[in-house]
Design a binder for this molecule. Structure first.
Ligand code: MN
Length: 530
């Protein structure tokens, strides 16, 4: 089973990636991403931090129930409550893994944990032993490992192995490491632990200095066989190590690394688009591997070279990462089979009911415009299928705007349950006026953190897709909206973000009733991981 020449991938898009500012994925969206990661043959998915909130718990539980091939992992601190919550959330997983962490660096032990190194070793012993008594497979991480004393980290890992851990993770939590130094550090630790066969070492790098992929690869050279990362490198601050970059480096430079990977790289591009759209965190055009320009040659001399012989300037092919132009344009006359096939190739996996609804919306869209681009289809699915938040749902019924010189007015009609709510307001522009009208109707006063509109394709009949981030009482939520009318897309996105604020609050057992200026309620901050 254990192959020393194979590098496994551990995806933490749904846990560490989701810690990125302003990102809040609902259960349906997380499940959608998890299914695609499983199809891409990622070996492990970290689905969340069950003790962090009831919402996190239920996300891990749902994904654990659903996936059959991929290992599903839940994060926990060394404390008993965390470990029992994680084990319970993973109870129905086909392949569960419990991931226990505690900081091992002097600065974290002294100032954050206020524990002595001996006490930290005791925490590892009790935490990992308890985890191992509840779940077969246990991973241990020494948070801030890269700034830890290697002798102490070796001791910590030995305790973890003695207590039953079989995966030992070396996180560069704050993105401080540099490749040459980190290579040496990992070698020292791996040799020092001298773990029995079957125990594998793992790396978890952050991109604060733009070195996450380089550090991950340095660790692999040093003997690490599991790489942790996220799709698009999504994560807080500079983000996590981007899985697509590390896997393509190993694949493209197999001549140098001499290692194999099990990932289906043809799914990288669709998964990247899915994560970008559902999270609202876009991919820069020049992003390695999955950026829209990653395979576009501009310079004439390069184009000439590629036409004469591709390999003159191309080190990988767009089709190797699944970035291929649509062969078929969908339109008015397309049937549900073609529609379903297109959605699947775009990385979506809808159940029959969702598919029927999406198809109906697609048909309506085709009445407005003849053809639908991939971007149009992805935008309507993100808006109308995944964004729905049933617990507390304001629905946009109608709106009108009037724009004069220097002043705009908007009237908005919302529905909440069987109530119909109407109001009007003026503002600097139509979107501002509409948002002010909505604020008069809802019971909270959220702050607009960000607002952007993008076109789903380069054509003038593209849909406008709006992304709105709202905050209230320390919680943040992102809303999507898509329409051929950009004002409508903006209003839908705002209403969606309001609904999601309520969902996020419910998932954390927080009651929303305040004004945006109030200080965050207890429990509003997320628990950070490694
Ligand atoms: Mn991290």
């Amino acid at each position: 089973m254990f192959d020393p020449n194979r590098v496994c991938f551990f995806d933490t898009t749904l846990r560490d990636g989701e810690q990125a500012a302003g990102v809040n994925l609902n259960v349906g969206e997380k499940l959608q991403i998890a299914r695609q990661l499983e199809k891409m043959r990622v070996e492990v998915i970290e689905a969340g931090f069950p003790a962090a909130s009831p919402g996190d718990f239920s996300c891990v539980q749902t994904i654990a129930r659903e996936l059959t091939k991929t290992t599903v992992c839940g994060l926990a601190r060394t404390r008993e409550g965390d470990i029992r919550a994680a084990a319970q959330a993973l109870a129905q997983a086909e392949k569960p893994r419990l991931h226990v962490f505690i900081a091992t660096s002097p600065i974290h032990m002294e100032y954050k944990l206020r524990l002595t190194p001996e006490e930290v070793l005791g925490e590892i012993r009790s935490g990992v032993s308890l985890a191992r008594s509840l779940v077969e497979e246990v991973e241990f991480s020494g948070e801030d490992a890269s700034r830890s004393n290697p002798e102490f980290l070796i001791k910590a890992f030995k305790v973890a192995v003695d207590s039953g851990a079989t995966v030992l993770n070396i996180p560069d939590t704050v993105g401080y490491a540099t490749p040459e130094e980190f290579y040496q550090f990992c070698r020292t630790v791996i040799e020092g632990v001298a773990a029995p066969t079957g125990v594998i070492f793992s790396v978890h790098a952050h991109n604060d200095l733009g070195l996450a992929a380089a550090n991950s690869l340095a660790a692999v050279r040093a003997g690490v066989r599991q790489v942790e990362g996220t799709i698009n490198g999504m994560g807080e601050r500079g983000g996590n190590s981007a899985i697509e970059e590390v896997v393509m480096a190993l694949r493209t430079r197999e001549d140098f690394y001499g290692l194999t990977v099990g990932l289906d790289t043809k799914r990288l591009y669709p998964v990247s688009r899915l994560v970008a759209r559902l999270s609202g965190v876009g991919v820069p055009p020049n992003k390695a591997v999955v950026g829209s320009n990653a395979f576009a040659h501009e310079a004439g001399i390069h184009q000439h070279g590629v036409m004469a012989k591709r390999e003159t300037y191309e080190i990988m092919r767009a089709e190797d990462v699944g970035c291929e132009p649509a062969v078929m344009i969908l339109g008015k006359h397309s049937g549900s089979h073609a529609f379903r096939a297109r959605l699947e190739s775009l990385g979506y996996n809808l159940d029959d009911q969702q598919l029927a609804k999406a198809f109906e919306i697609f048909k309506r869209l085709c009445d407005e415009k003849k053809e639908a681009s991939d971007g149009d289809i992805e935008a309507i699915v993100a808006d109308q299928i995944f964004s729905v938040t049933p617990e507390f749902h304001y629905e946009l019924r109608d709106y009108t705007v009037h724009v004069g010189s220097g002043l705009a007015a908007a009237a908005v009609v919302l529905r909440l349950g069987d109530q119909e709510l109407k109001d009007a307001a003026t503002g600097n522009g139509p979107v501002d006026a509409a948002y002010r009208a909505i604020k008069r109707l809802i019971k909270i006063d959220p702050k607009l953190e960000s607002f952007k509109i993008t076109a789903t394709s380069e054509r003038s009949d593209a849909l406008g897709e709006a992304h709105v981030v709202l905050s209230c009482q320390g919680l943040k939520a992102l809303g999507h909206g898509a329409s051929t009318d950009v004002i409508k897309a903006s209003v839908r996105a705002y209403v969606n973000a309001v609904n999601r604020l309520y969902s996020v609050a419910a998932a954390r057992d927080i009651r929303l009733n305040g004004r945006s200026g109030e200080k965050p309620l207890e429990g509003a901050e997320t628990l950070g991981g490694i």
